[in-house]
Ligand binder design. Sequence first.
Ligand SMILES: [Zn+2]
Length: 331
Amino acid sequence: MNKQQLKQEQPIAYRTLSHALKNDKLAHAYLFHGIPGTPKLECAQLLAQSILCGNRDQDGFACEECADCRRIKAHQMTDFIYLDGTTTSIKKENILKLQHEFSKTGLEHTGKKIYMINHAENATVDALNSLLKFLEEPNGQMAAILICDQLERILPTIISRCQLIPFHPLSQELCYEICREELGTLDAYLLSGMIRSPQEMRKVNETEEYQQARYLFLRFIEESAVSIHQAHAGLLKEGFDNKRIDGKLCMRYFLEMLMTFYRDLIKGKTDCEDAGYQKSYEKQKACVQNPQTILAILIATRDKLWKSVNVMLLCDQMIFQIRNVQKLLKQ
Ligand SMILES: [Zn+2]
C-alpha cells in the first residue's frame, strides 16, 4: 500500500509511526492488530522499509522505490526476516534457528535488523517470548513487527512488551469515497455495502464471482420491478451454478447487493449515483410494499448459505418466500 492510502485510511497508525520514524523513537516491538481486511500486513511492510530505507520522505516513511525498499518487498534482504503463521504455527525452534542464522550472516549496510511475524496469534508463547527476550538485549539494533487479527489470542505478557498499533475498519461512506473514482460509482457503492476495506474492495471487484453476482443483481432488480416470475426465471437460467465460479460466494455477493438495495428502499433514499441503479430504485420504490420483510428473508438466506446446501435450491426457496410476501400484500 502506498503512504497516501495509509494516511487516508488509517490516520492514527500513520501519525504514530510517522512521529516515531521522524524522531528516531522506534519501539523494540510493534503489535499491529485489527479485524481481517484492515491493511496491517501492507503497513508492516512499509514500516520495515521505512526503518531500512536511506531515502525517507519528510514524514519519515520509505521511498518504496530504492533498491533496499524493493528487496524488502521481494523478501530478499538478509536483514529482514518474515515469518508467516497463516497456515502453520511458529515454534520456538524456528525462532532460535533464525537467530543463529542471523548472527552468522552479519549485517548489511543499514546496521539494523527486522523480524516480521504475520498471524502472531499462531506463534507459540515460547516462540514469541524468546523473540522478545532476544530483542531486548542491549546490543540489538533490532525491531519486531507482530501482526494479528485477534488481540485476545495474544498473551498479556507479550502485549505488554509491544507498542500496540490498532487498525480500524472504515465506514461505508469513507470506503465509497475512496474507491468511487477508481472503481466507478456503482461498484464502489455495492462493494462498500459489503466490505469495509478499500484493499479488499479492489480485490473482490476483480473476481468472476463478483462480476457474475453484479450482472445477476442488476438484471434481478430491473426484472423484479415488472414481474418476480420473470426475475426468478432469469436467475434459474443464468444462476449461481456455473462451473467456472464458486456458486456460494457468488450468491453471497448477490445477496449482499440486494440487501444494500432493500436497505435503501427502507430508508426511502439512495446515495448511489449510478443512473441504472437509480432507475431501478425509483421503479421498485413505486411497487415494493414491504421491504423490511424482504430484507429479513435475504439475511436469513445469507445465514443459511454456509451450511452445506444446494445454492440453486436455496435461491428457489428465497424467491418463493419473496413471492409469498408480495401475494399476501396483493390480497
Ligand atoms: Zn527506499
